[in-house]
Design a protein around this ligand. Structure first.
Ligand code: BGC
Length: 832
């Protein structure tokens, strides 16, 4: 098998021989085998003690290992988002991240981490853009490949997801991605193929479907994809599990090659698969193969008894330091006119730290990737720790959120019946009778889980103390059937009963406000009463959702902006942190705009008027249109940096760690320029991949459009001269490159050397240029460095539809090397 990979397979951890696994399968009867093929819970598989199999445990996800939720108060290390990791373009850092993932997984008792996401950033509006690595398949493949290889070398399985073309969220459980066979092979399958080649142990079949001109089917039933390409052609010997609730059939999915239905305990295979086998629609050999694959996985993660134990993942020591280093190294310097970075500040400097995301940093995107960090370092804490004697003033400069803040239950809520602090919660049956009453004191999470099978609704009552004069907004964010009253007045009533769909579309994580604005002249209380549905889902348990919210009167956004501008005047440094938040970037929906939420653009413009040297920090995952971009002297992009984000920000601003990131995608100057502005399915439920091979920067090149910052761009904090390029043929038909460079700037730094290919004019259709390899070089000021880059043969090949295989079209090719796709310094002709 050939692929993008030049890596080697990780050593297999299992001591189980195939013969031993086959013997274990043979000891099971059909019902036991079928039972194993659906999850026991959301995050566990059934144990089979009779063959020495303990329960396998899976957990999300790409930004940390969340755990199973079985342990009250379980916290996790919060990693920088995958696109931040990709922005390092550093496979060694990805390897270290992979080992830390494994350590976290072991700590949580997790065998399979539901990551990485190797779908592509096809459109900037994609809700899970931050969970993906890049808009380029090779960069995605190599960063994810290193992560997976090193995680699995510690005995923890990766689950490469979502197979395939889950590149947007609109109608995500139903759309069919329609693309040409070449596009499928060369672009969207390429990272999956690479990861299978590097030995990935599990793959997740997506919610969406694929129409590749050969077969149009949902991914869990796509015979050509699962049995054909993945298992037969690529030789994948691991487990294909469904995305959560994605399986729709028994025989069709089982025969197509799906091995495991997640989550459980219900689902179409519980009775359906046994019936299908008994009816002769699915062979017992097919079931045996699925069981064998699960046992093979169990052997690899050390879940079978009687086998030698795999190497323990390295201890957690150093985890915070690595998370901090990753976040700092991934930071991209987009502009730095006059080389302001790092800032040189007197110890007692006055620093104005301004912006909604300075006050409320967005450290991780919304949806299944989120974890509960045990601690978050805010930008303020980071700067204060680095500059203990400085005067750091923090101002929001205007709220950028749609939803009102959480009600401070501890300080403002009183049970209306007992008069004691907190909430009164009644569990109601279907007739509205009270089953049980609970009192809740202390902070309220907004969720009440597992209220019991008889509970149809949950009524929450509290008296809210409204202290200040002015307009208070009081209400609830909820989903499904509900009635909300404020002081007896009906403010919302909904009869629609909801189920799992509110989890799948993430509306449950960011529910809309239902409430009332109340004018207050003197302190008073209002009675808030919300009766909300107890949502019963398949696979996600049951819960009632009631985010209690209260916005007290306060300065208007205009007043906050004025105040921020005043604070910026005369400050030794102005750091403006703008960005998105969990109402904007999340699994479950695509964005509708590329603009910063709220009035943040106005805030930046106003600050630049008085402080042209202000450092603008963009705390976001996916591209934004930044109208002030050319005006700002210094702009850095800090991603979703994870729990150590505040320290990382201080490190890059103050010269501790180089912000050495490079964009793994294209930053547009205007929305109108974006080649794939959205991914809304047509009436036939198809999302047309009309741009074909020209994903991301390739379309920008094809259309001749100029972005605000191109793919691969990032300035770091030093300068580089490219001196010489040497290129030779490698044994597998690829290319080896050596690029001689010199650090011509004042600081030691990293350079991401990028190699692009351009195809012969008369060959098959190719992108204008495409990434073929990359490497990170490091040098002290004035020193030379050599970057060695492997260009795999696959980077030169195309998928030949007629021959159903890879071919290498005759050259000449132009090999171009440089700092970004639009800043190419050296070149050489390559013949094939
Ligand atoms: C997501 C997966 C995730 C799963 C379990 C799904 O909705 O698409 O990425 O692993 O839920 O949380």
């Amino acid at each position: 098998m050939t692929s993008l990979s030049l890596g080697t397979h990780p050593p297999d951890q299992t001591g189980a021989t195939e013969a031993d696994l086959v013997r274990r399968v043979a000891r099971l009867d059909l019902p036991a085998k079928v039972r194993l093929l659906t999850g026991a819970t959301s995050w566990r598989l059934h144990p089979l003690p009779e063959i020495g199999l303990r329960s396998l445990v899976v957990s999300d996800g790409p930004a940390g290992v969340r755990g199973t939720g079985e342990i009250e108060g379980e916290t996790s290390a919060s990693f920088p988002a995958p696109s931040a990791l990709a922005a390092t373009w550093d496979v060694d850092l990805a390897a270290r991240a992979g080992r830390l993932f494994a350590a976290e997984a072991r700590r949580h008792g997790v065998d399979v981490v539901l990551a990485p996401v190797v779908n592509l950033q096809r459109t900037p509006v994609g809700g899970r853009h931050f969970e993906c690595f890049a808009e380029d398949p090779l960069l995605t493949a190599q960063i994810a490949g290193s992560l997976v290889e090193h995680m699995q070398a510690c005995g923890v399985a990766a689950c490469v997801k979502h197979f395939v073309a889950n590149d947007s969220e609109t109608a995500r459980t139903s759309y069919l991605a329609r693309m040409s066979e070449r596009t499928l092979r060369e672009v969207y399958l390429a990272p999956f193929e690479h990861l299978v080649d590097r030995g990935a142990w599990t793959v997740m079949a997506a919610y969406n479907g694929l129409d590749d001109g050969q077969e149009a089917a949902t991914a869990t039933e796509h015979h050509g994809l699962l049995r054909g390409i993945l298992k037969s052609e690529w030789g994948f010997d691991g487990v294909v599990m469904s995305d959560w609730l994605a399986t729709r059939s028994a025989a069709a999915a089982a025969n197509a090659g799906l091995d495991l239905v997640m989550p459980g305990p219900g689902g179409p295979w519980v009775d359906g698969l046994l019936d299908a086998v008994l009816a002769g629609e699915v062979s017992e050999a097919t079931v045996d193969d699925k069981v064998l694959r699960i046992l093979r996985l169990a052997g690899r993660v050390d879940a079978l008894d009687g086998l030698p134990t795999g190497p323990a993942a390295e201890a957690l020591a150093g985890d915070r330091a690595l998370l901090r280093e990753l976040a700092a190294r991934s930071t991209v310097v987009l502009r730095d006119e006059g080389c302001q970075l790092p800032l040189e500040l007197p110890a007692t400097a006055r620093v104005a730290l301004i912006g909604p995301n300075a006050v409320d940093a967005f450290i991780q995107g919304g949806g299944s990737a989120s974890v509960r960090p045990w601690h978050v370092v805010t930008p303020h804490e980071g700067l204060r720790a680095a500059l203990p004697d400085a005067d750091v003033v923090v101002l929001r400069g205007g709220d950028a959120r749609r939803h009102a803040p959480d009600l401070d239950v501890t300080a403002r809520a009183v049970d209306p019946v007992s008069g004691a602090a907190g909430l009164r919660i009644d569990l109601l049956d279907a007739a509205g009778a009270v089953l049980r009453t609970e009192r809740h004191t202390g902070p309220w999470s907004g969720w009440l889980r597992d209220a019991g099978p008889l509970t149809a609704a949950v009524r929450i009552r509290t008296t809210v103390a409204l202290a200040g004069r002015g307009a208070h907004w009081v209400g609830v964010g909820t989903v499904g059937r509900c009635t909300v009253r404020v002081d007896g007045r009906l403010v919302a009533h909904d009869e629609v009963v909801v189920g799992s769909e509110v989890v799948l579309d993430s509306s449950v994580n960011s529910p809309d406000d239902r409430g009332l604005l109340i004018e207050v002249d003197e302190p008073r209380s209002v009675l808030l009463e919300a009766t909300v549905q107890n949502v019963v889902t398949d696979g996600y348990g049951s819960f009632a959702r009631a985010a209690l919210r209260h916005r007290p009167p306060g300065p208007s956004i205009s007043q906050e902006i004025d105040e921020a501008v005043a604070a910026a005047v005369g400050a030794d440094a102005v750091v403006v942190v703008v960005g998105t938040n969990d109402e904007v970037e999340s699994e479950g929906w695509d964005r509708t705009s590329l603009r910063l939420p709220g009035r943040q653009d106005e805030l930046v413009e106003r600050l630049l008027d008085v402080a042209p040297d202000a450092v603008v920090v963009v705390n976001a995952g996916a591209p934004l249109v930044l109208p002030w971009f050319e005006r700002a002297r210094t702009v850095i992009w800090t991603w979703f940096p994870g729990q150590e984000g505040g320290h990382a920000l201080a490190d890059v601003l103050l010269g501790v760690t180089e912000p050495a990131g490079r964009l793994p995608w294209t930053l547009p100057a205007t929305e109108a320029d974006v080649p794939v502005p959205g991914a809304v399915p047509g009436i036939d439920d198809r999302v047309d991949y009309h741009e074909g091979l020209h994903v991301g920067y390739r379309s920008w090149d094809l259309l001749g459009r100029t972005p605000a910052a191109p793919f691969g761009h990032g300035l770091g904090w030093t300068t580089w001269e490219y001196d010489a390029l040497t290129c030779w043929d490698t044994a597998d038909g690829g290319l080896g490159l050596e690029v001689e460079l010199r650090n011509t700037g004042p600081r030691a730094g990293h350079e991401v050397v990028q190699a692009y290919l351009e195809g012969p004019a008369d060959g098959p259709e190719r992108p204008v240029r495409w990434l073929a390899g990359f490497a990170v070089a490091r040098a002290e000021p004035g020193d030379p460095a050599t970057a060695r880059i492997d260009v795999p043969v696959r980077a030169l090949q195309v998928w030949d539809v007629a021959a159903h295989g890879w071919t290498l079209p005759a050259g000449p090719y132009r090999l171009r090397v440089g700092r970004s796709v639009r800043d190419l310094r050296l070149e050489q002709e390559v013949n094939r």
